[in-house]
Ligand binder design. Structure first.
Ligand code: ANZ
Ligand code: ZN
Length: 832
């Protein structure tokens, strides 16, 4: 037998698949349709191992479903807008478009080299006008439907670079390039009304049973629905302040009121009080994201205003400006209950405010709270007048009832979810199709003027948005009055691009974003596979976009992705030099840093990343071992949801197994007239069944293990038609995982057509049943021994075997039993 020449086979079969358009999905083919999708990549430069793992998994499923008779849509494209292209433009002086398109060409070639069963005829790149033009059209539809609005909102402003920064570009409050202290600036920006769908997005999670629980929980927390009470405190200066609480039951434990730095009360005070103004400034520098606020020291500024307790106006609570109160949540103002809220506890401790117990944990009822942290558990109300003795839920209801009856408050639901700000002061994104006219305001661009194409002649030598300073691009006539007007120079958040790309894959007419009926024939995506880093925003935005389209009558799909799988990462060893620099594996030889000759410090096994220099470039590996060995390695060692440690020995093992399969496939057929092999038949059909189940549930490592077992069984079997049959079916079963090997073997064994087009082998259900049974032997009704017998063994065979058992012979002491009862496949009872 010969060696499997992977490099030749890979190229040959990839060309055949390409020439024949084997994996082009046909609309309305009459077959049941199945949509398998992996998250499309950002064209950053090269494919990395994480991509290889992700796309291999999707590929196995897509190929498997094809073999099971589905018309499969398995497309690929490029999430091609975004910051890295602009950074490259600034750092290397290349055009973002040129940089992006060159990366796409490189990465596409790399994906093709792995032999993925992708429908390249549907390839799209979000940076091309034939994609983003349709997105502009959808934006106008959303605008017309009232789902888009414009609002003043603050951005991160770098005063040295004179540019708006994305959140990721603000590091410890400073601009990432200039190092200048970042300021907040108000800009008029566009928002999508995702909050209109907050309840629906939450409720819909319940039906997503093929999503990981952790992802559903993350979405739920992000939406953050809270039920509680909004009510007004009367203030000593004659004003009122409205607060939101989820714990109205704790109202008698209140010891202060706190407002956010951006709250009107704080702003008004700052106008006349320099200390207050300085405090507010300080709050803003500390960072304003919820996560940052959570970790900061709790700081307050006493306004000297007091608030009257709603149930006892003689009780006065000090009003603070506090850095832990968020302006965008609830009402931007709270009352603090130090005994039962940890932030309030820290705050009260720092400013020596009363800490009063109002919820008893069962052991403590004393109003003086002596814990070292807030008590937030269940309990009974104490020290709370008319609430005393109630449980928390009853007390909440009682307070809300009183507030509503007294007209000073009402039960209220608030969400953490905010409307989606989509304006980016960037060049490399979808231009927002709006024209600003002094006379007419913000005018939508008429659809027949779409797409609004990004100008190519832009410069990145100075910071800021090149669209804004382009000499001509933005100057246009107003579509409404014909007067002088300017284009919107903001572009859309790239999350908008990825919110509907899966719809465009399903249907891509020239003249509109998608055809409703065709898109609906493919959607929803039955299996979506990608990284858990997209578990919140991308998935939420895509779910929102789908709902918005449904709301507008454009697409009747409830959820975009009914099945979701988040794969684990590819990890690798890290190395550090003696003085703490990360080293790449090829800078190290036998524990020594080659350049310096000093011993290295072995690091942990971590996610492959450029910064830790522990990446392995797939290209070199594929060229050395062939696509199938790489694919095999990606599937074999770890469950797909777990991390996969890359190892040289692992990929070599995969290569050796590919060769071993080839030797099996390339062997001689049995002589005519040879008999069957029932044990092998049974093993084969159990394997067909098992691998089908495993691939269907994405348990690829289990499928691989079953291939190993069957291969071993075949190797050990004597030549027979059963063995030939098992070899042939094994080719079919490895076809989704090692498709080049499978095609080569299929052709070499004289089979017609492509194995990619062949049906999955059929299971004979009669061969799935267990072939052996355990039979109990009783003497006078007492279990004395067991026998393992072939299933369905004849009565006298079983009886003879039972009487021959050593234990039974000893028990019966040589005498024949008086009576023998045989229950087939179950038991033998001997009456002595
Ligand atoms: C009084 C109270 C007593 C509270 C107690 C909690 C415990 P969730 O559940 O996350 O919705 N809060 C309200 N608005 C806020 C804002 N803009 N910034 C910071 N904190 C705010 O949280 C709701 C609780 O967070 C509210 O209930 C309020 O504090 C605080 F024992 O009111 B609570
Ligand atoms: Zn006008």
């Amino acid at each position: 037998t010969t060696r499997f020449d992977a490099l030749t086979a890979d190229a040959a079969w990839q060309k055949v698949w390409d020439d024949r358009q084997t994996f082009a999905a046909r609309d309305n083919s009459g077959k049941p349709q199945s949509y398998v999708l992996e998250m499309f990549p950002y064209p950053s430069g090269k494919i990395h191992m994480g991509h290889v793992r992700n796309y291999t998994m999707g590929d196995v499923l897509a190929r498997f479903r094809r073999m099971r008779g589905y018309e499969v849509l398995h497309p690929m494209g490029w999430d091609a807008f975004g910051m890295p292209a602009e950074n490259a433009a600034m750092e290397q002086g290349v055009h973002p478009g040129g940089w992006t398109r060159a990366n796409i060409a490189t990465m596409k070639a790399q994906l093709k080299r792995l032999g993925f069963a992708l429908d390249w005829s549907r390839e799209l790149a979000t940076c091309e006008p034939d994609y983003y033009g349709h997105e502009q059209s959808l934006f106008l539809d959303l605008l017309a439907a009232g789902l888009v609005y414009r609002k003043e909102s603050s951005v991160n402003w770098d005063p040295v670079d004179m540019t708006v920064l994305a959140n990721e570009q603000v590091i410890d409050g400073r601009g990432w390039r200039s190092g200048a202290l970042v300021e907040k600036r108000k800009l008029s920006q566009w928002f999508l009304r995702i909050t209109d769908f907050a309840d629906d997005l939450l409720d819909g999670l319940g039906a997503l049973e093929h999503w990981p629980d952790k992802v559903r929980l993350m979405q739920e927390n992000w939406i953050g629905k809270s039920q509680g009470l909004k009510f007004r405190f009367d203030l000593s200066d004659g004003e009122t302040v409205e607060v939101f609480t989820t714990r109205p039951d704790t109202i008698f434990g209140a010891s202060f009121v706190a407002v956010a730095a951006d709250h009107p009360i704080a702003q008004a005070l700052a106008a006349t009080n320099a200390d207050a103004a300085a405090f507010i400034d300080r709050c803003k520098r500390g960072g304003t994201t919820a996560a940052e606020i959570e970790t900061q020291e709790k700081l307050g500024f006493d306004t000297r205003i007091t608030a009257a307790h709603p149930f006892d106006a003689t009780l006065r609570l000090p009003v603070y400006i506090a850095n832990f109160v968020l302006i965008e949540y609830g009402t931007g103002a709270v009352f603090g209950v130090p005994a039962h809220d940890q932030r309030d506890f820290e705050f009260a401790t720092k400013y020596a405010l009363p800490i009063r117990r109002v919820v008893s944990d069962g052991d403590h009822t004393d109003p003086a709270f002596d814990g070292t942290e807030a008590y937030t558990g269940p309990g009974t109300l104490v020290n709370s007048h008319f609430l005393d003795g109630m449980d928390i839920e009853d007390a909440k209801r009682a307070v809300i009832t009183r507030a509503e009856a007294g007209g000073w408050g009402h039960g209220s639901t608030v969400y953490r979810l905010r409307d989606w700000g989509v304006s980016r002061q960037r060049y490399w994104g979808t231009p927002i199709p709006i024209i600003h006219c002094a006379a007419c305001g913000a005018v939508p661009v008429p659809k027949d003027q779409l797409p609004i194409i990004l100008p190519e002649d832009v410069s990145f030598d100075i910071p800021g948005n090149p669209l804004d300073r382009h000499p001509t691009w933005k100057h246009v006539a107003c579509p409404a009055c014909g007067g002088d007007a300017v284009r919107e120079t903001d572009t859309l958040d790239t999350f908008a691009d990825s919110s509907w790309y899966f719809i465009r894959f399903a249907s891509q007419p020239k003249d509109k974003p998608f055809d409703k009926a065709v898109a609906e024939s493919w959607l929803p995506v039955g299996q979506y596979i990608g990284g858990v880093e997209h578990a919140i925003l991308h998935l939420l935005y895509a779910r929102f976009w789908t709902r918005a389209l449904k709301h507008m009558g454009m697409l009747d799909i409830a959820e975009p992705f009914t099945g979701l799988f988040t794969q684990g990462m590819v990890t690798h060893e890290t190395y550090k030099s003696a003085d703490g620099r990360w080293l790449s594996p090829d800078e190290v030889n036998d524990g020594i840093e080659t350049a310096t000759g000093t011993p290295i410090v072995p690091g942990r096994v971590e996610k492959m990343s450029k910064s830790k220099k522990n990446t392995v470039d797939p290209t070199g590996i594929v060229d050395r071992y062939g696509a199938d060995a790489v694919r095999w390695f990606m599937l074999s060692d770890s469950p797909p949801e777990r991390d996969l440690p890359w190892s040289e020995s692992g990929i070599e093992g995969a290569w050796r197994f590919i060769q071993r399969l080839w030797r099996l496939f390339d062997g001689d057929a049995a002589e005519p007239g040879q008999g069957g092999d029932p044990a092998l038949d049974r093993k084969l059909h159990q394997t067909i069944h098992g691998i089908g189940e495993d691939i269907g549930s994405l348990a690829f490592n289990k499928a691989v293990a079953k291939v190993y077992e069957l291969a071993t069984a075949i190797e050990r079997a004597a030549p027979s038609p059963s063995r030939d049959n098992a070899v042939r079916d094994l080719m079919l079963m490895v076809a989704p995982m090692a498709p080049h090997l499978a095609e080569e073997a299929w052709a070499a064994s004289g089979q017609d057509g492509l194995i990619a087009d062949a049906p999955w082998p059929a299971v004979d259900p009669t061969l799935l049943v267990e072939d052996e049974v355990t039979i109990a032997i009783q003497v006078n009704g007492k279990l004395r021994d067991t026998l393992v017998m072939p299933k369905g063994a004849a009565r006298d065979t079983v009886e003879a075997a039972a009487l021959a058992s050593d234990k039974i012979v000893r028990l019966l002491d040589g005498k024949p039993p008086r009576k023998v009862i045989v229950v087939p496949d179950r038991l033998v009872n001997l009456v002595a």
